[in-house]
Ligand binder design. Sequence first.
Ligand SMILES: [Zn+2]
Length: 739
Amino acid sequence: MRYIVLFSLILAAVAPACNLDHLDPLEDPIAYEMAIKATSAIKAAEGVQPPGFGAGYDQLHLDLDLTLVYSPFDLDGTATWTLESDQNGLSSVEMELASNLSVTAIKRGSMNLKYSRSGDVLTITLDDAFNDGQQFTIAIDYNGAPTSGMYAHVANRGVIHTFTEPWDSSEWFPCYDMPDDKFTCDQHYTVRDDWKVAANGELAPIVDNGDGTRTHTWEADFEMPTYLIAMAASDYYLYHDSFDTGSGSKSIDNYVYQSQSENSQIDLAPTADMIEHLSTLFTDYRYTRYGHMITQIGGAMEHTTMTSYSSGLITGNNNNDRVVVHELGHQWWGDWLTCEIWADIWLNEGFASYTEALWFEHLGGQQDLQDYMEFFKSLYFSEDNHNRYSVYDPTQLFGTTVYKKGAWVLHMMRHLMGDSDFFAGLQEYIDAFNYKGTATTVEFIGVMDDHYTGDGSLDIFADQWLIKAGYPEFDWYWWTTGSGSSTVLHIQVNQTQSTDDNTPSVFVVPIDFEVTYADSSEVITVNVNQREQHLTVNMTQAVNGLTFDPNGWLLCTQDESTAVEYADATARLREEGVLINWETSGDCIGVDIYRQGGVFEEMLVSGLNPSGGYLDATIPGEGSYSYRLIAHASDGTRFIFETEEIDWHRSGDPIALSTPWPCPATDSLTVSLSLPADSTVSLTAYDLAGRRVATLVEENLSAGRHEIAWETAELPAGVYLLRLEASGELRTTRAVISK
Ligand SMILES: [Zn+2]
């Protein structure tokens, strides 16, 4: 019953590491891939990470010859390594091998070699010293029951399978268990004769040993890192499909459970179309065949030419096509070309995840692409909200950020470069590093940079999206000035993300806006490179509306402000009057101006642009004035703001009331008044008790100087007050009458 214990251990380890509680696995079956891979990452956290020693040698070829027994689970056989020294005088070899597996002999040719073991490190003393470039072969006999890396399960009347990413290969065969060293591999498995075995490469004729067992040999003449070497054995139902990318028919070999044979054939049916489509996008499919082996892993795994696929994902209704195409995408990104170190894991997972989106774009067009990327965005946000880390060198090797944000990095790079340059770059990238079969993030960016024809390089792009973490959060609003063919579109874009050491305060990005006119629309692109940025675009007609990133090319949040957020105004003296300048931000649809002089307030003008200038040339007379402005937002709210007070002295003809003459007067007197503008004038006489004794003027008078005569013969002698009111102004003077 060992297998039950093993399986429950895996499940227990998965749950806390991946926070899958809130995810519906059916909604994101790739989460299973991430979960199962993460079990090894947990080991790393527990201190079981491989030592990462410099190997001192290059692994060229592995020949694995193993006899496997399902119950009780047992492995027994030989791992024969062809190695090449990469230093002079190499006299010993260190490899990793799980300490629970027993080594019984190590030979070079017929020569027994000495070896020692310390934990998981196996040190082999060579019988000769090998110089740089010299090759040699050692055969390691070993046996035991692996506790991880290779598993035996009860499902489907028994299945043995492997799963090792990132560093569990040494749990079932001795190796330098790091991703930078790729090699060819032949695998021979002897199992009960009613079982089939699936593995990487091409299946050689099966040998019946006549003892109730058969030996299955798989030969891979392409190079793989340790973690892509895989096998599965069970009483499989085997069926074949085929694809043709233009160079002849190639086989798809599917090893599925007997009980799921019909549903498997439905679910895996799109594989051929997928290979043919991805071959047009990424360059021709690289291998001579492809296939799936159904196993009891939690999700799926892109083993080279033979993807491992969970029986739990078989539904019979193509529910998990995205998993099928994800693992297939890995055959280019993560199998043919593999990440050089684990810090570059997004080169595998971001690419395979974006392959999902590309497949749905192929089926359903731009809208389906956009919808799928939105789905990724929401998954990424839900992780990033509580656990922010970078795509490159992630703290969670198989986290959502690596998969979903990694896909978004490619999506945004595609938009920045344009389809033709982006896909040309990808096609060059897959071949650029054939000499080693691995690539780093820096190498990838370098190739894409060669195809990038925009301003500058992709360095800022790579730094902000891959090396740093997080995403921009935009607050924006817009308004226009001018009208008709001289309309100017103003867009204020503010980045509001809170920043830390790892989150940029400014993301440098292009933003698309869809501009809506009376009877048409167009998409314009503006480049943002400041935290608070005011952009202007000259338009040829009035703008009715603006939509942020209408086709979903930017990983961000965005919020269009619907209130006036800020306003300021100044008043300045000019020869002709007072010049008022104002600026508003936010959603402002119009500005009204009121003039305040003393206790009087008068509306001057309404419905002005959100920002602009206005000359007040109708100032009624000398005095202090300020201006009150009201900015209206489209949601009905108002923002009120004022200028400072300004003293107006410079009218050529201010309101004035002279001293009457003669003084003292007897029968009559004359007084003069000056008006700067046509005004309604009231000139009234009072005695010192405050009683009105005469109304001299009560009418409209034109601008200029007027002389007013007053008959005073009937009045008692005394002092009288003359009071002038005009345009809200008040002037008084004294008149003395004697008898
Ligand atoms: Zn993957």
